[in-house]
Design a protein around this ligand. Structure first.
Ligand code: RFL
Length: 386
């Protein structure tokens, strides 16, 4: 078997890339370890930013990916229970994000790719890239019936997330990696509870909390918690009681909790995002905490850059954009890491005084106040949020 590009992983990165390559008429095969239903039900992110939506529109996929989704251009920050609305859309000349739960995006991208005749292979085990530093790489895998396959290709796209095989197959020493631990922990809860009207952030002495829409009757909540906490300590009663307190809403709509897990507040960046004919895309190359909602959007941005670069290399004989792929993507990655860290500090330290002490608490509150006092500061924040 021979194909132009093998894509490892069918998350937002791999599926976006697959659809864009399909639009460009470049042949690709997607190999995914999990089953279709598993991938289609994995709920994580919820907002497609303005730039992410633009990517799909520019490649002629606006209708199939975005139809029926609503835009949300506002967010609310409740400081000690006092509500304050922040109008991102008004401050960015209408650049607003869209509520597109990650599983909905994934379902739509799978359907669109398959309708276009795409080759998407689920339940692919032991996916292994070979010969990445030579001119003729290949990827081997085992199908669900135990059959072994080898696909020769021109390029491999490693879209297999943080724990995937792609980055792991790069020799040690070829990558510089950066890691950072925010030193706090978050509990995240998915519930069939009415979502807030706008993305909601709660800053409170008891700790940070947030609530985001994940569909018309579903919400994702985040609660700052102790780094050594266990799920036993976070029964449903305590979760709702803490959410009511931190979000300053005694009447917070509740509902059955469908998922409860701790989120690692860790960041990671690999530099460069490539090795020979392998290109890392999305979480395979970098992870970021959910603060600021950047992870899925970075994955889509990388896929867009790679699709354009592969088109230039394969159709126009121009290797320049591919050579610059890593540098192009890493600029955005570091910009978003910086924003996420900045927001993280403000949102946590303005509330919980034990995190950084009373002096930094006042600083964090000043930083927050500036967003509502200075139009320039508000625009800078909105520009990074949109
Ligand atoms: P994914 O989604 O992890 O997909 C990787 C795919 O590769 C497959 N795979 C393999 N396939 C073949 N062979 C192997 N050896 C393989 N190993 C892995 C996996 O099964 C999977 O299908 O990475 P991708 O595509 O880079 O997408 C990244 C996003 O999923 C991630 O950044 C976001 O979910 C992060 N994130 C959020 N991002 C946002 O933009 N906004 C948010 O609000 C947001 N909230 C979140 C999040 C992540 C969360 N996690 C991780 C628990 C909330 C949560 C709770």
């Amino acid at each position: 078997e021979n194909v132009e590009v093998v894509i490892i992983g069918a998350g937002p990165a791999g599926l976006t890339l697959a659809n864009l390559l399909q639009r460009a008429g470049i042949g690709c095969v997607v190999l995914e370890r999990q089953s279709r239903s598993y991938v289609e039900q994995r709920q994580r992110a919820g907002v497609l930013e303005h730039d992410g939506a633009r990517v799909f529109e520019e490649w002629g996929l606006g209708e199939s990916v975005l139809s029926g989704t609503s835009s949300d251009g506002r967010l609310e920050i409740r400081l000690d229970g006092r509500p304050r609305l922040f109008d991102v859309a008004a401050l960015t000349d209408g650049r607003a994000g869209r509520v597109v739960p990650q599983q909905v995006l994934v379902q739509r991208l799978i359907a669109t790719f398959l309708e276009g005749g795409g080759d998407l292979r689920f339940d692919a085990a032991e996916v292994t890239p070979h010969g990445l530093d030579g001119p003729t790489p290949a990827v081997t895998y085992t199908d669900a019936d135990g059959g072994r396959h080898e696909i020769a290709c021109a390029y491999v796209a490693g879209c297999d997330g943080f724990h995937g095989v792609s980055r792991a197959s790069i020799p040690e020493g070829a990558l510089t990696t950066y890691t950072y631990d925010h030193g706090v922990a978050w509990l995240t809860v998915l519930a069939d509870a009415l979502p807030p009207r706008h993305a909601l952030f709660g800053i409170h002495p008891a700790g940070f909390a947030a609530q985001f829409a994940r569909g018309p009757r579903a919400s994702r909540f985040y609660l700052e918690c102790g780094t050594a906490d266990s799920l036993d300590e976070w029964g449903d009663e305590r979760i709702w009681e803490q959410l009511r307190l931190r979000l300053g809403d005694p009447d917070l709509p509740t509902g059955p909790i469908t998922e409860k897990l701790f989120v690692e507040m860790r960041c990671f960046v690999a530099d460069p995002m490539s090795y020979g004919r392998l290109f890392l895309v999305g979480d395979a190359a970098h992870i970021i905490t959910p603060m600021g909602g950047k992870g899925m959007n970075l994955a889509i941005a990388d896929a867009n850059v790679l699709a354009g670069s592969l088109r230039a290399a394969l159709r126009e004989g121009d290797e320049g954009p591919l050579a610059a792929y890593s540098e192009t993507c890493l600029k955005r990655v570091w910009d978003h890491q910086e924003f996420s860290r900045w927001m993280h500090e403000m949102m946590h330290e303005a509330g919980n005084v034990t995190l950084a002490g009373p002096f930094r608490r006042q600083l964090a509150r000043a930083r927050l106040e500036r967003l509502f006092a200075s139009d320039a500061a508000a625009r800078a924040f909105a520009d990074l949020m949109a």
